[in-house]
Design a binder for this molecule. Structure first.
Ligand SMILES: C[S@@+](CC[C@H](N)C(=O)[O-])C[C@H]1O[C@@H](n2cnc3c(N)ncnc32)[C@H](O)[C@@H]1O
Length: 291
């Protein structure tokens, strides 16, 4: 893949990571007695801070495997479901995201939680330079790679399995970064924002497309009915997983609304932060710069 991208001036982010010296660890000291039964796991000894998985409170260590199960289950039908659920409107939202970025051949892109590669492919088709998709779910990436091959897009896109909270990429290795509909799934949002900023070069722009708070109160009952009745039913029929699409509707309601998410971006160190509602706030674009 690196060779294929050489013509684009692409250097693998991994290649730029600092070499890690081998670490020789001293034998572990026996753990001090903490009242837990002998042999108890670390999770049993250390109280797991809680987060949410949709409307359920879960331990932080439980969330990533639950999210992974959702996307494992829906990967094959993910793109079809996206079209059905949004009546195709997600394509317009993704185009709006690309318009904010203005792809250039000399610029590299990191797409965080890039799934089946829509954003990376639009970036490339719009004239952008090398794109890297990082996603926690190998099944989503496998579907994306197949689609990219069908669209003749294999050469310009690198795919990596990795966690948005701990990106497998060197500091300042991309000119632009995006994340579409991923961030509401991460366990520690602040950690994911810090990672996006760390991997962006100075002058780089981060654009996030995420579901947000609908600002048309007259439509909120219809939107709730669509989210909590139609989506799970569609999920059941098309992807064979009602719970996964119930989680989708719930996770949307848990994500910080526009102004709050803008504040989190600013707290993570992004500058000139702004946002723009799409479809009356059903989704929103947020952006910020690493300056
Ligand atoms: C709703 S899909 C969005 C996919 C794609 N960005 C799009 O817009 O079509 C969310 C994606 O985020 C990925 N994801 C969830 N949690 C993640 C994490 N902590 N790190 C990286 N990817 C994650 C999932 O595997 C999934 O592919």
């Amino acid at each position: 893949m690196v060779a294929e991208l050489a013509g684009l001036g692409y250097r693998s982010p991994m290649a730029r990571s600092k070499p890690r010296p081998d670490v020789v660890r001293p034998p572990a000291k026996p753990a001090p007695f903490d009242g837990a039964p002998p042999g108890a796991t670390r999770a049993a000894r250390t109280p797991d801070p809680t987060t949410h998985f949709g409307f359920r409170a879960v331990g932080e260590s439980e969330k990533a495997p639950l999210v992974r199960r959702v996307f494992d289950s829906v990967a094959e039908r993910y793109d079809l479901m996206n079209d059905l659920m949004s009546l195709g409107v997600h394509r317009l939202w993704k185009r709006a995201l690309l318009d904010r970025l203005r792809p250039r051949a000399s610029a590299s892109l990191l797409d965080i939680g890039g799934g089946t590669g829509d954003v990376a492919m639009l970036w490339r088709e719009g004239g952008g330079g090398a794109a890297t998709v990082v996603d926690a779910n190998p099944n989503m990436i496998a579907v994306g790679q197949k689609r990219a091959a069908e669209r003749g897009q294999n050469a310009g896109i690198a795919w990596m399995v990795g966690d948005a909270e701990n990106l497998p990429c060197a500091d300042r290795s991309f000119d632009a970064a995006t994340s579409a509909f991923c961030l509401r799934n991460v366990t520690r949002l602040e950690a994911a924002l810090a990672e996006a900023r760390r991997t962006l070069d100075f002058g780089g722009k981060f654009v996030v497309l995420e579901f947000s708070k609908m600002s048309l109160p007259g439509l909120s009952r219809l939107y709730d009915a669509w989210s909590f009745k139609v989506l799970p039913a569609l999920g059941d029929k098309i992807a064979g997983d009602r719970a996964a699409y119930r989680y989708l509707a719930e996770s949307i309601r848990r994500f910080p609304p526009q102004a709050e998410f803008a504040r989190l971006l600013a707290e993570a160190g992004f500058e000139r932060v702004g946002f723009h509602n799409l479809s009356g706030g059903i989704a929103a674009l947020h952006w910020g710069w690493r300056l």
